[in-house]
Design a protein around this ligand. Structure first.
Ligand SMILES: NC(=O)C[C@H](N)C(=O)O
Length: 531
């Protein structure tokens, strides 16, 4: 990573050394350029992260005089950043610079010295915390304590003033962060807050790691439709989609002229199953929509789901293990990458400050040497909850009832001290597409080949199953699913299975963010839709 940043920095600094392009006569066949060829091309912006990645190692003898001597030889960079904190003294002003590229609470100290800068310093009022700046400067070893390097500012311009009197979030240093309630009210301003930015960067890192893991495991990433004709889960919590015909329009024919209405997808699973029959192993990451009325901190109306489908080499319990292995691989890949990537690790360290023991627990969960995660059947889980009833926050479930989120958390913590697969739920609790288990007891104790992955502090993170591939078992399904139940099953349906992992839940779990409204950049929940 460091090397590739250096490479891109080299590219940008070598661009800096190029002479201004001389005027080129534009003939008809020359593609049009955005800026006149007589003007010099704007210098590329260097991200603070790139700048720091390019710093030479400090020798133990680095001193302020060495710093002075080296300063002029260091390349000149153009930076666009926010001022986080400004401290002005008589001849020198210190500005903590942030541009979103540095991890955690880190900033780069910019130093403006009236003796060596070529522009005059904007007045105190203008140079308030929160303003956007454009500056040029050279990176050099710091004279002060607290940072190894600082930016010696040559030229500074306030390009984006801030109306500090009305700014709704305290413009102080990030050591006194604003409350989550306040930040939620200003979702359009909160990406500037160190904590929220760290959560979003961590999410980006998880997605990169998951994508790489799937690629290496032979899964093709596919795009599934957002507009669908079926409610995959059968839960009925769907958003219906209609063409907006304006207020005055009378009754018109629906945009999609099929018998069934159009919905926003609740899950891509059925489409992924069709795609898996052609490609073997597929995955997708896209938005899912549920008209979720309950206002818990674990539900959003719009959330992103990582979903995968794979052909399995058998159809019994061993096949379910194949799907669970994939699930574990994906979750561990996200964790492992984030914990070992220098920048993301720093973000996580800031997010887990004060809870270092939990971060350590996550580290051992991420390690592939920990072997397969523990597995327990739903029936055993219910018996255990019954026998441990006094330890629980709420009464244990009877066989056939759902496990509550607090039951799931308790099981993960007490049975596994980490992730736990709970398998073989009663068929009455699960959707129609899950594969019925063989050798079952009485009708009312029927189970399906499925699993939920539950984890401490959160509860359910992933739900998956083998899919019912036998036509006769699916034939009772509604006509709308003809393509799925009949065609896919009668034209060569290799046993297969898959899962769905709620991305916001994963991010919340790994970034110490309990409320998913603080994970999604613009969360959607029942109630007013501001953005
Ligand atoms: N792809 C999946 O297995 C996810 C599942 N359909 C769900 O929505 O929970």
């Amino acid at each position: 990573m460091r090397r590739s940043l250096c490479r891109s920095l080299e590219a940008s600094t070598s661009a800096l050394k190029l002479p201004a392009p001389s005027a080129v006569r534009i003939s008809r066949s020359t593609p049009k350029r955005w800026h006149s060829t007589a003007e010099p091309a704007p210098r590329p912006i260097t991200l603070l992260r790139q700048l720091l990645a390019s710093r030479p190692p400090l020798s133990p003898s680095s001193s302020s005089s060495a710093a002075d001597a080296g300063a002029d030889e260091a390349p000149l960079h153009r930076i666009v950043a926010y001022a986080r904190v400004v401290r002005s003294h008589r001849n020198v002003t210190f500005i903590s610079l942030a541009d979103g590229s540095l991890p955690g609470n880190e900033t780069l100290q910019g130093v403006y010295r009236s003796s060596s800068s070529s522009s005059s310093l904007p007045d105190h009022q203008q140079l308030a915390p929160g303003v956007g700046l454009e500056l040029t400067g050279r990176l050099k070893p710091s004279r002060g304590r607290g940072q190894a390097y600082e930016l010696d500012i040559e030229h500074l311009k306030v390009t984006a003033p801030v109306d500090a009197a009305t700014y709704p979030i305290p413009l102080t240093s990030s050591s006194t962060p604003a409350s989550n309630d306040l930040l939620r009210k200003y979702a359009h301003l909160r990406p500037r807050e160190a904590r929220h930015a760290a959560v979003l960067r961590a999410r980006s890192a998880f997605e990169k790691a998951i994508s790489d893991w799937f690629w290496d495991a032979g899964f093709s990433r596919v795009a599934a439709p957002i507009l669908t004709s079926s409610d995959c889960e059968g839960g009925g919590e769907v958003f219906r989609v209609e063409q907006d015909q304006g207020e005055e329009a009378g009754p018109t024919t629906p945009f999609f002229s099929s018998a069934t209405p159009a919905f926003l997808t609740v899950s891509s699973q059925l489409h992924l199953e069709a795609l898996a029959m052609g490609l073997g192993r597929v995955w997708t990451c896209g938005p899912s929509f549920r008209a979720e009325g309950s206002a818990t901190n674990r539900h959003l109306c719009e959330f992103w789901m990582i979903e995968a489908e794979q052909l399995t080499s058998s159809s019994g319990p061993a096949a379910l293990h194949e799907v669970m292995q994939t699930t574990q691989g994906v979750v561990q890949a996200a964790m492992h990458f984030a914990l070992h990537h220098e920048q993301t690790r720093k973000d996580l360290e800031m997010l887990w400050q004060g809870h270092e023991a939990t971060l350590q627990e996550l580290e051992s969960v991420a390690s592939s040497s920990s072997g397969p995660w523990p597995t327990m059947t739903y029936t055993d889980a219910v018996s255990l909850l019954e026998s441990e009833g006094r330890q629980l926050d709420e009464p244990p479930p009877a066989w056939g009832q759902s496990l509550s989120s607090s039951h799931e958390r308790w099981l993960a913590q007490h049975v596994a001290s980490g992730p736990l697969f709970i398998t073989d739920y009663p068929s009455g609790l699960k959707p129609f597409y899950m594969r019925a288990n063989e050798n079952q007891g009485p009708e009312e104790r029927r189970t399906v080949a499925c699993f939920d992955l539950v984890v401490p502090r959160l509860g359910e993170l992933v739900g998956g199953s083998l899919r019912e591939e036998r036509l006769d078992r699916l034939e009772a399904q509604p006509a709308a699913l003809d393509w799925y139940a009949k065609d896919l099953r009668r034209y060569g349906c290799i046993p297969h299975g898959g899962f769905g992992l709620g991305l916001e839940r994963l991010v919340g779990w790994l970034t110490n963010t309990d409320n998913l409204r603080d994970v999604a950049s613009f969360p959607r929940t029942k109630g007013p839709l501001r953005y």
